[in-house]
Design a binder for this molecule. Structure first.
Ligand code: IMP
Ligand code: MG
Length: 222
């Protein structure tokens, strides 16, 4: 799975102050009954309120650019679920929705080893496409997805991501709309996972390094 591939030696690195374009950092208090997994998140990077506010401004930008034409929203599974749902309800435009499934397989693989798990069903020929992903990291995922989508001959493709980690970029990929620029920390929540967990957190948080170090040890033993 793609999420399992994100065990990364740099993930424990402290981020430089000012990298994050939003006010961040408050410790996650372990609420009674909230389970240990909440404590595995070191700190909140982007709060629910910040996400909600930013999504509204993103939606206005997108509306301006797609005005007057029916758009096709193409969302990459699975990490986009929360972002997509919240963004869509603020998009005051006629649109159709479809999904593409992309996944890395195996443990410890990089996102270069990608497989498509779901193909697009809608016809996008001549259409304006808004391609949505949760996070633009190295850019390898979108480098694989874009040619596939371009082959279907849409009129235009614009890329929208919730998070952008420019310091990790390998491929020359640029997001037309990015919710938040973030430092090189491994983040979870609001759809983003580590080993398929944490997607249901309502905020974006930095995963405690001990979690992926431990996962790394278990994998290496196998
Ligand atoms: P890229 O291919 O390196 O650009 O990475 C894109 C994909 O990797 C995203 O759609 C996520 O599934 C995953 N990913 C990259 N960085 C993170 C992270 O910090 N947390 C969770 N998933 C991530
Ligand atoms: Mg994803």
């Amino acid at each position: 799975m793609r999420a399992k591939s994100k065990i990364h030696p740099k993930r424990g690195k402290k981020h430089r102050a000012g990298d994050l374009k939003v006010k961040a950092s408050r410790r996650v208090a372990a609420k009674p009954g909230s389970g240990t997994w909440r404590r595995e998140v070191e700190r909140v990077l982007i709060t629910e309120e910040q996400i909600e506010k930013r999504i509204k401004t993103l939606a206005r930008e997108i509306e301006r650019d797609f005005h007057g034409r029916e758009m096709v929203v193409v969302s990459l599974l699975n990490g986009t679920v929360m972002f997509l749902a919240d963004l869509m309800r603020h998009l005051n435009l006629p649109l159709r929705l479809d999904f593409m499934g992309v996944s890395s397989y195996g443990l410890g693989t990089e996102s270069g080893d990608l497989v498509f798990t779901k193909e697009l069903r809608l016809d996008v020929r001549g259409r304006d496409v808004l391609l949505i992903d949760d996070i633009l990291d190295t850019g390898k995922t979108l480098r694989h997805v874009l040619p596939k989508l371009r082959a279907l001959k849409p009129r235009k493709i614009k890329i929208c991501v919730l998070l952008d980690k420019p310091s990790r970029r390998i491929e020359n990929i640029h997001a037309d709309y990015a919710g938040f620029e973030i430092p090189d920390d491994f983040v979870v929540g609001y759809g983003l996972d580590f080993a398929e967990r944490y997607r249901n957190l309502p905020f974006v948080g930095v995963l405690h390094p001990h979690v992926y170090k431990q996962a790394c040890k278990q994998i290496c033993r196998k």
